[in-house]
Design a protein around this ligand. Structure first.
Ligand SMILES: Nc1nc2c(ncn2[C@@H]2O[C@H](COP(=O)(O)OP(=O)(O)OP(=O)(O)O)[C@@H](O)[C@H]2O)c(=O)[nH]1
Ligand SMILES: [Mg+2]
Length: 345
């Protein structure tokens, strides 16, 4: 799953990318190359940590997501190459400049939200108009034409496609177009280091709520410092700020939630691990994430909710207490399920 960091030039995308990945990346003028940075990030998960406290496993594996730091484009707008790179990712995070720019411009995050939205709407509209014109001419697919005409009126009314309540089947039908305004979007306000503890301005909270978008505030440079501290120092530093965890952790989890994945857990003395699976996945297909043999020979899934396992302390205690469920092939895996799959080889 790939998530693209997008936004206006100099909004701090590369700085935020560095904070998330711990990579040293070029920022500012040096970062202005056309090459995109790519990095894999572990999704912090307190459920995995809790399982590790029970099993003390040799190995711990978290879910992962891939971030791409996309270039910002021209001085004041996004060019076509950037828009095309945005089409290739599964979800978008828009980094908003919350600090005064090098040339002394005050932050204008609300304008940035509206500008990116407008550019994405125009880009999608162009695709829809071209396709509608073609379908009207050759009359090959009346069903698609009808749907695209609906999309066209929404876009003409400046509504992003993610807000018009498309059904699953409709989304499948148009998936090939990779519409930008249909991609899940998360807003990340990159605030100055001295205002990390301040609340997000009301106009931004409202703009996010109106659009049904998530909004996380973080300071790229502060998060980068935290990411590079030794662990003990990290918790002391966070405590001194009155924070329980780095903002980057909240941001990564919010980004993970964007792509509609849930996590099932596997546990044992060898490994405790989170496995991302799409919401709604039946048990055998989820088992196939671990190994195709387990899917093929699937017999049953033994399922404990991670909180029950943590509270009771062992699988046998859960079994005694009736907290271990035996589920068949129609069972739909739930977020936080600890699962043992039984299978024939
Ligand atoms: N004061 C301050 N400066 C920041 C902050 N975040 C980034 N900067 C600076 O702003 C400039 C732009 O940051 P980048 O991370 O390169 O921004 P970008 O969005 O990747 O820029 P482009 O890729 O050129 O579009 C750099 O000089 C950063 O050091 C911040 O939170 N506070
Ligand atoms: Mg950059």
């Amino acid at each position: 799953m790939k998530i693209g960091l997008v936004g206006m030039p100099e909004s701090g995308k590369s700085t935020v990318f560095g904070a998330l990945t711990g990579f040293e990346v070029a920022t500012g003028y040096e970062g202005r190359s056309s090459k995109a940075n790519v990095g894999v990030v572990k999704v912090p998960d307190s459920r995995v940590d809790a399982m590790c406290s029970l099993y003390d496993p040799k190995k711990t594996t978290y879910a992962e997501i891939t971030f791409r730091d996309l270039p910002g484009g021209r001085e004041d707008s996004l060019d076509r190459a950037v828009l095309n790179a945005m089409r290739e990712v599964d979800a978008l995070c828009q980094v908003l400049r919350g600090f005064e720019s090098a040339s002394g411009e005050p932050p204008a995050a609300l304008d940035e939200i509206i500008e990116l939205e407008t550019e994405c709407i125009l880009a999608d509209l162009q695709i829809v108009e071209d396709r509608v014109a073609r379908l009207r001419k050759d009359r090959s697919d009346p069903r698609e034409l009808e749907l695209l005409e609906r999309l066209q009126s929404a876009l003409e009314a400046e509504t992003p496609l993610r807000s018009i309540g498309l059904g699953e089947e409709e989304i499948r039908l148009i998936s090939g177009y990779a519409f930008l305004t249909l991609k899940p979007l998360l807003l990340a306000l990159n605030v100055p280091e001295d205002s990390v503890a301040e609340p997000v301005p009301d106009d931004l909270t409202e703009a996010a709520a109106e659009r049904g978008l998530g909004l996380v505030a973080l300071s790229g440079p502060v998060e980068m410092d935290i990411a590079q501290m030794p662990e003990e120092e990290q918790s002391e530093f966070l405590e001194s700020l009155g924070l329980e965890e780095p903002a980057s952790h909240r941001f990564i989890r919010a980004a993970f939630d964007l792509i509609d994945l849930i996590s099932m857990l596997t546990v044992g003395p060898d490994e405790c691990r989170a496995w991302p699976v799409p919401r709604g996945t039946p048990a055998p297909r989820a088992a196939g994430k671990i190994h195709s043999d387990i899917e093929r020979g699937f017999i049953r899934a033994e399922v404990i909710h991670w909180e029950d396992l943590l509270a009771l302390g062992s699988e046998s205690k859960c079994r005694e207490a009736g907290k271990l469920r035996v589920e068949g092939k129609d069972y739909v895996v739930q977020d936080g399920d600890v699962i043992h799959f039984r299978f024939n080889v």
